[in-house]
Write a protein that binds this ligand. Structure first.
Ligand SMILES: [Mn+2]
Length: 488
């Protein structure tokens, strides 16, 4: 019986995040939205990951307005990538903020929530999954297995996690191979085991970074995978996903034929090739990356490698690159083998860089430890796959009392939506009052305070929830964005 493979298209999100530093604008997507909608994709990944940050920081676009525009032109479900309790930021947020974010995103048109946690700790997935399952628009909710390799991970580890995710009520499961570490025969075995263990559909997401992409997809298809993430040709392969058109052609005439018309993609590909050239020029980006089989050993996602090189240069230690490559896996082992994906990848990368610099100065490793590293080591972000090495805890001066066994208890102490709303309203009111300072000179302080309180109450009432969420996730960046756009 024919069992078509479904395709999720990533050209609007991960493809340009991987190859073009997330710099695609909504205007560059708009001309092709109707055509993309007609292809028959399983979903169009278009939001989340770094897009929200990039919209505010670099493109002067309100990410919520982008989502509205996409929704206006698309019936194909819009997929977003969400980092569980981290949402799209780098901190853990309170359950209240997580629920508010998921509800708003659903209301604005997210049809598929792909939810992951960098440590694969389900504690960090629970609230986001529950909120998405309860959203009144009834979006599709997908849980992720963040794929990594270590002596503490096997295919069975991921099967166990999948069973747990299915129990939590997810509608499908994604193998999220962000660094392209999943080898073809391992993928075949993993997909077979998953198909036997759970009944929800299995989706595979990889990056071509180490050169396995199409081989891994083909073996996964043979093993019965249901959905593949592909990128349209101009933004495919390299550190991005395998190519959509090639995948469609590969399966043509087989029992897993996608049924999609590859030639309907020609004009769309042509458009995005032009867009790619525009972005490369405007932002001075190379637009391609060499295949890097060393990723298998170092497990460093592509984008991160260039960040780390820049960090080293900034500290005048560009010649320490090889040492850094070797220090990364050591730090990862010390910290209990976290998968390297935002935000754990940045945390491990920064620590490795510091260790290399310290050693160059003749000082021991872990002489200087950034706060996020300490927090990861003491369990603030959840349980690491293996315990953090005792000698490392000691070097970081982390005592028994510092250890956090249930990160949800910590999250409960994080600010709520009401806290963020008040903070943003206060900033706006104070900025407004400062701008009319000359007129307020000599005013009775009691009256000034009264005016401020009235203004504050009004502002708290008026602030749109979307702005409060932007502020909660990226305080400084959002403030700058609001100032630039007359919202301050
Ligand atoms: Mn990805």
């Amino acid at each position: 019986m024919a069992k078509p493979v479904k395709i999720t298209e990533t050209v609007l999100r991960d493809a340009h995040q991987s190859l073009l530093a997330t710099r695609m604008r909504i205007e560059q997507m708009l001309p092709m939205l109707e055509s993309l909608d007609k292809i028959g994709y399983n979903a169009l990944e278009a939001w989340g990951g770094a897009t929200y940050d990039s919209c505010l920081r670099f493109l002067n676009e309100d990410p919520w307005e982008r989502l509205d525009t996409l929704k206006l032109h698309l019936k194909t479900p819009i997929q977003m990538l969400l980092r569980g309790q981290n949402l799209l930021g780098y901190n853990h947020y309170s359950d209240d903020v997580v629920r508010a974010f998921v509800n708003k995103a659903s209301e604005h048109g997210v049809g598929v929530f792909r939810i992951f946690d960098a440590l694969n700790d389900v504690t960090n997935l629970r609230t986001a999954i529950d909120a998405a399952l309860k959203a009144k628009e009834k979006p599709h909710v997908q849980g992720c297995l963040v794929y990594t390799i270590s002596e503490f991970h096997s295919n069975q580890t991921f099967v166990d996690l999948a069973i747990e995710l299915e129990k939590m009520g997810v509608h499908s499961i994604c193998i999220k191979d962000m660094s392209g570490l999943l080898k073809p025969y391992v993928a075949e075995d993993l997909v077979k085991k998953l198909k036997a263990a759970v009944s929800v559909p299995i989706e595979l997401h990889t990056h071509y970074t180490s050169g396995f992409g199409s081989m891994t997809y083909l073996k996964a298809v043979e093993a019965g995978v249901d959905i593949l993430d592909c990128a349209l040709s101009p933004l495919a392969n390299d550190t991005s996903q395998p190519c959509t058109e090639t995948m469609i052609a590969t399966l043509e005439g087989t029992e897993r034929d996608t049924g999609l018309d590859r030639h309907a993609l020609d004009p769309i590909a042509k458009h995005f090739l032009g867009v790619k050239k525009e972005i490369m020029k405007e932002f001075n980006l190379p637009g391609y990356f060499d295949v890097n089989p060393n990723v298998l050993d170092f497990q460093i996602p592509g984008g991160m490698l260039s960040n780390m090189v820049n960090q080293l240069k900034g500290m005048g230690a560009a010649d320490k690159y090889q040492e850094l490559l070797e220090e990364m896996p050591r730090v990862r082992a010390d910290l209990g083998y976290p998968p390297l994906v935002t935000p754990s990848s940045q945390i491990v990368g920064t620590m490795a860089t510091m260790n290399v610099i310290m050693q160059a100065q003749g000082k021991p490793r872990y002489t200087m430890v950034p706060n996020e590293v300490r927090d990861l080591a003491r369990g603030k972000f959840g349980k690491t796959p293996a315990p953090v090495k005792p000698e490392v805890l000691k070097a970081m001066k982390i005592t028994e009392e510092d250890i956090i066994t249930d990160c949800a208890v910590e999250d409960a102490k994080a600010p709520t939506m009401a806290d963020f709303r008040k903070e943003l309203a206060e900033k706006k009111v104070d900025a407004k009052l400062a701008s009319i300072k000359p007129q307020l000179d000599g005013v009775d302080p009691a009256i000034y305070e009264q005016v401020r309180e009235t203004q504050l109450a009004k502002m708290m009432d008026e602030l749109p929830e979307e702005d409060v969420l932007s502020y909660a996730l990226f305080p400084q960046v959002a403030e700058e964005f609001f100032k630039k756009n007359g919202r301050f």
